[in-house]
Design a protein around this ligand. Structure first.
Ligand code: SF4
Length: 248
């Protein structure tokens, strides 16, 4: 049995204090094992942002059945790609095949644009935006979108947890509508996890539609840091973001 260690702390954001907790293996392990705690943390950050919005008398307009934002490019970290690939692997055979076909369709559409899907948004913001725009223009539906709802809600990527709007849903469906009022989150957890969990590798993110291909090419999760080292790197990244005021 893997020996684990748990730690708790407080994160101050403005006048609020969030409880943060991690349970990780003591030895070396893949950052994938940290994902459940990071997902919980992302939900805490989103709840915090939502409470701020509600305190101003505004209402979140996102609801089940609106998949407008699920035709925008969703960047995922390598660990999340591995997690999504494992989910597809565990689905019943018919379902798994259907989802794999959707991945292939989405990849074929984007591959026809000739744009490079991998990169690092910090290092090449222009390429990141160009790919995202082409993705949106092509109306590429997320392979997990079903009946305009997320079919993997509990396991959805960090970036999906951070996207909330107070504007009418129609605004999210039109490129450059100028009508999207996105809820600002104090910390971009997906970016913090991408930066902190990938050591010196160039690849910090990829479009969700590349998750299966990436995992096939990189089946073994990296095990280069101990649990406490992963948590330390993540918390350092979060602190840096908070200090730099990197809201989104
Ligand atoms: S994972 Fe779910 S929430 Fe995220 S883009 Fe896909 S369908 Fe939408």
């Amino acid at each position: 049995m893997t020996e684990t260690i748990s730690g708790e702390g407080k994160l101050r954001i403005g006048e609020s204090v969030l409880d943060v907790g991690f349970t990780v293996p003591i030895g070396k392990y893949s950052p994938l094992s940290m994902l459940p705690d990071v997902q919980r943390f992302a939900d805490q950050i989103t709840n915090y942002a939502e409470s701020k919005v509600k305190a101003r008398g505004l209402k979140i307009s996102c609801s089940k059945g609106c998949g407008a934002c699920c035709r925008q490019m969703a960047p995922v970290t390598p660990s999340e790609a591995q997690h999504l690939a494992a989910l597809v692997e565990k689905m019943p055979p018919d379902k798994s095949l259907q989802v794999r076909e959707r991945f292939a369709t989405a990849q074929a559409i984007m591959s026809a644009t000739g744009l490079q899907p991998y990169g690092h948004p910090d290092e090449d913001k222009a390429a990141y935006r160009k790919y995202g725009l082409a993705y949106f223009k092509n109306g590429v539906a997320c392979p997990f979108l079903e009946d305009e709802s997320c079919s993997i809600h509990a396991d959805r990527p960090l970036v999906c947890r951070e996207y909330l709007v107070t504007s009418p849903p129609a605004g999210c469906a039109v490129l450059g509508s100028g009508q999207v009022r996105k809820v600002s989150v104090p910390i971009q957890v997906w970016a913090a996890f991408g930066r902190s969990s990938t050591l010196d590798r160039k690849l910090k993110w990829m479009p969700l539609i590349e998750s299966l291909a990436y995992t096939e090419a990189h089946p073994a999760p990296e095990q280069e840091r101990t649990g406490p080292q992963h948590v330390e790197a993540f918390l350092r990244e979060i602190q840096g973001m908070a200090d730099r005021g990197e809201e989104n």
